[in-house]
Design a protein around this ligand. Sequence first.
Ligand code: IFM
Length: 744
Amino acid sequence: MQERLWQIDELNFESNHQHHYETLFSIGNGYLGTRGTFEEGYFLDAPATLIHGIYDHAPGALVPELVNAPNWLDLKITVDSTPLQMIMTVDRSDFMTPPSGVVIGYERSIDMKRGVLRRDVLFRAQSGNIVRITFERFASLHDQHVMAQRIVITAVDGHPAIIVESALQTDVTNNGVRHWLPDPITKTEGGRLSAQVTTQQSGYVVAMASYLNSPHTEIALPHPGRPATHIVFTLKQEESVTIEKLTTIYTSRDTADPLATAETALDAASARGYDTLLSDHIAEWATDWETADIRIDGDEAIQRALRFTTYHVLIASPRTDEHVSVGAKTLSGLGYKGHVFWDTEIFVTPTLMLIQPKMARNLLMYRYHNLHGAREKAKANGYEGAMYPWESTDTGEETTPQWSDVQPDGSRIRIWTGDNEQHISSDIAYTTHKYWRWTGDDDFLIKYGAEMMLDTAVFWGSRVEYNADHDRYELSQQIGPDEYHENIDNSVFVNRMAQAHLKSALDVLAWLKTNDSVAADRLIAALDLNTTRLDKWRDIVAKMFIPFDHEKAIHIQFPGFFDMEYIPVPHYQPRTTSVQAILGHARSIQTQVIKQADVVMMMALLGHELSIPEGFDPLQVMLNNWNTYYPRTDHGSSLSPAMHAWVAARLGLLDEAYDMLDHAVHIDLQDNKGNVRDGMHAAACGGVWQAVIFGLCGLRISRDGALITDPRLPAHWRRVSFNVYYRGEKRAFTVENPVYSDQS
Ligand code: IFM
């Protein structure tokens, strides 16, 4: 019974939803992700396997992108000469006399507890014979280089003649963009298929080796670009045959000879066999879920969806590699070209910090290894220190495209985020600091974290503008989280985050001086943290301009915001698109419509630490902020609802918190944004975990360093149980709902 809360099912295949489900049903293991396309393919399907770190910049493309690797799923089945195709019918006449083969029964589900995708198909061949085919696949969590597939074919009616063809498909593109050099190495030897491809510009090599385990003799089908093998057999009525395909994958990021390594690894995996590989994989998932699972007593819909979003965080996040990071669309689609945004540090890393601290550290190390790119960006823009790119890949360089794709009228729109969405440096510093506070990982702070926090502080020190008329520091030409309003002056989010950043950098330096003076001296010398510089930071912390309306007791998103046209966003319901799309780009930027949590985002991240003028009650200001900004917010970005759920819960607004959580946790399942075909929303997935733990359960570190909860749960939730790591120890919590009311 409880098993179904670990499953997402598709009970009817509808081709107009195929791309959505391909994304939802992705499997992965932190090394790669493979979309849930069918083994045999389907008209206009979008198969993709994306491997962390394998980027390439195609000629003529504006920016590099994560490259679609060869398709290892490739398995084609023929029943009495009729190829299996997912053509379904509900039409009775069709059913009786199918024009060719027809699928008469279908069920697909992702088992999140075990990380296994299954599909059951009842297929009637043109001959009239009926077979049941069960497909199963997983990307081993135990050995990240091993992929496994199993198919069981059963003759339900008749004596069908079956052909199963297995291949590695190297002729793959990113939506038509070719990244692989022509003439891959392919081999078909003794039942083993091998393929090796190389990217055109970056020179990354990806190799795969594959083996088909069946009771029947294989016949090789040499084919350039698609090494293949097939088996032929006939089934008796009710007889079943099980066929397993194992594939190993290595890249030049892993080893000097990826092909030889993949072949050797394949021998080892084959020796262990499918069942052992599967049980090791399931055991690894069980260990992961022991900490990652949040158990909600009283809400099955949210429970299941929360497991789904957590599953996607776990399969997307690198486990062992600290030179790669999670892209905004995970490894489940080509959206945003696999680029890494602030989504990682603000939405994904804090979740991992509590459930998989080592993986959170890996993500922060990615930023550390890319400090050189941040330093180059600062220099190129005339600043000091390190200024992280808004979008980044494997090189650490800024990879935000400057122009959009061509619009229907032939024009391109200038994209300013790479120039002016500068808060990412504070976001990285914020999470570095948070990671240190929660994990107690002093080693990380001393060797890496402090350098990131301090050199990005050097950047802000050189970036701020002093306004002598007002004796305050300002930041012009910024883009805050609300990207509808570009290149504005004094975004309250940006200014406050930069101020908090400088304050925490000073605190960390003071801590270092006390606890590791050698490390402190090294950084002081390397980053030139002289007295003048540090005094300036203190001055900025004291005098940063935080726009605030004293009369209304609210933060001002940016000066001038309230002079624009007011649009009551809640009146635009029900709607299937953003208010921005309804009003049009040109008009909406002149209005008070906010793309996503901005002031609300600041409240989620900083809680009561909002830099409020003396005499004002922080809680009242937060409520006023909420009442002002919530009705103006479009949630045009998937990042928004989870942050609203978090803040609403802290403010005791339980209905709003629930609405926003429900919205956030279903963004991908329900395809609320209509773009899940391009990949999962990593930020929404990480955000809902935090919304439940920090927002609804109110987990925080008290002044004396204890972990405490302060639940604000919807009335129908009886309790929430979860585990988190805190300073190296696993801690279990069960949070009872003080206002629980049984509504059954
Ligand atoms: O980082 C986000 C941004 O905040 C809103 N637009 C999409 C980006 C990637 O998810």
